[in-house]
Design a protein. Structure first.
Length: 84
């Protein structure tokens, strides 16, 4: 993982639902790595393509969902661990 603050502004993308929101993560392909940041003023985190793929896999599987109010795993994590 590499942290930096310098990246071309034209290469950054975010979800279309984030057009007017300021709390969205932006992503870009940067020098053969995946880069992401919390906004134009934030630091840039660059990771290898395999690390980016693993992060996306974990997000989609619900492994990074916040816990439920009762302290148990998030709903999508329950589905994955139970084979649903």
């Amino acid at each position: 993982m590499v942290l930096s603050g310098d990246a071309p502004s034209s290469s950054w993308r975010k979800a279309s639902v984030c057009a007017s929101a300021s709390a969205c993560v932006e992503v870009a392909a940067l020098d053969g790595r995946a880069g992401f940041r919390a906004g134009p003023a934030g630091p840039v985190i660059r990771v290898s393509p395999s690390a980016w793929t693993e992060l996306l896999r974990r997000i989609k599987a619900g492994k990074l969902d916040p816990p439920k109010a009762d302290g148990s795993a998030g709903a999508s994590a329950d589905r994955v661990e139970n084979g649903a």
